[in-house]
Design a protein around this ligand. Structure first.
Ligand code: AMP
Length: 217
């Protein structure tokens, strides 16, 4: 599959993407995970991105597009679920051109529409595995990590992300409304968009699989 998951921070993009990978071996590509790994490794990209991320601002488009062009060119044939990318209209336009050049156009764009009170609750209770190769997502209320705040998948420490302070969460939601939400209209015009309002991951995955089958078949 070749799909984009749109939605506010905390809408469930990462959790849904992980479930979708089991459907046909497509990979999850999360720009947030790639950037956090770059920050942790101290690469030039990570050093440039870190301050933007800590504040809850977007990393500049040119850095994101450089990273994603490289990622697509390294493995041009794989199916993908894009999680957290594109996040601005210029990124969406560049992505369209890039995929056209690779003859791998998008098949579906899914907008995960989740009420703001659910988002706020999820973001403050979310915990993430600190191992960049794992990145399993937990929730202290509904899906807690193993005792000692360790990851049930890889055993690494499970932590609260640096950008999940109340200030950074507020900024990320504002940035989402201003810069990312316009992508809903952008993709609506392409005829590729579906909006999903369910909150339960299993039913969201089922709806997406059905829409994909209808779109592709
Ligand atoms: P996420 O894990 O998707 O919530 O992303 C965490 C942070 O990484 C965001 O708040 C941004 O600072 C940065 N980021 C992730 N994806 C993008 C993107 N496509 N464009 C710009 N910044 C991004």
């Amino acid at each position: 599959m070749r799909i984009v998951l749109l939605g506010a921070p905390g809408a469930g993009k990462g959790t849904v993407a992980k479930q979708l990978t089991a459907q046909d071996g497509s990979v999850q590509i999360s720009t947030g995970d790639l950037l956090r790994a770059a920050v942790k490794a101290g690469t030039p990209l990570g050093q440039q991105a870190q301050a933007f991320m800590q504040r809850g601002d977007l990393v500049p488009d040119r850095l994101i597009m450089g990273m994603m062009e490289q990622r697509f060119q390294e493995r041009p044939d794989e199916g993908f679920i894009l999680d957290g990318f594109p996040r601005t209209i210029p990124q969406a336009v560049s992505l369209g051109l890039l995929l056209k050049g690779l003859d791998r156009p998008l098949e579906l764009v899914v907008n995960l529409a989740v009420p703001e009170e659910v988002i706020l609750d999820r973001l403050t209770t979310r915990r993430t595995c600190s191992n960049p190769a794992c990145n399993e997502i937990y929730n202290v209320k509904s899906n807690p990590p193993a005792p000692g705040d360790t990851c049930r998948v890889c055993g690494s420490k499970v932590v609260q992300r640096e950008d999940e302070t109340p200030e950074a969460i507020g900024r990320r939601l504002e940035v989402y409304r201003q810069q990312t939400n316009p992508l809903v209209g952008h993709y609506e015009r392409t005829g590729l968009l579906i909006t999903v309002t369910e909150l339960d991951t299993a039913s969201i995955v089922k709806t997406i699989a059905g829409a994909l089958a209808a779109q592709v078949g």
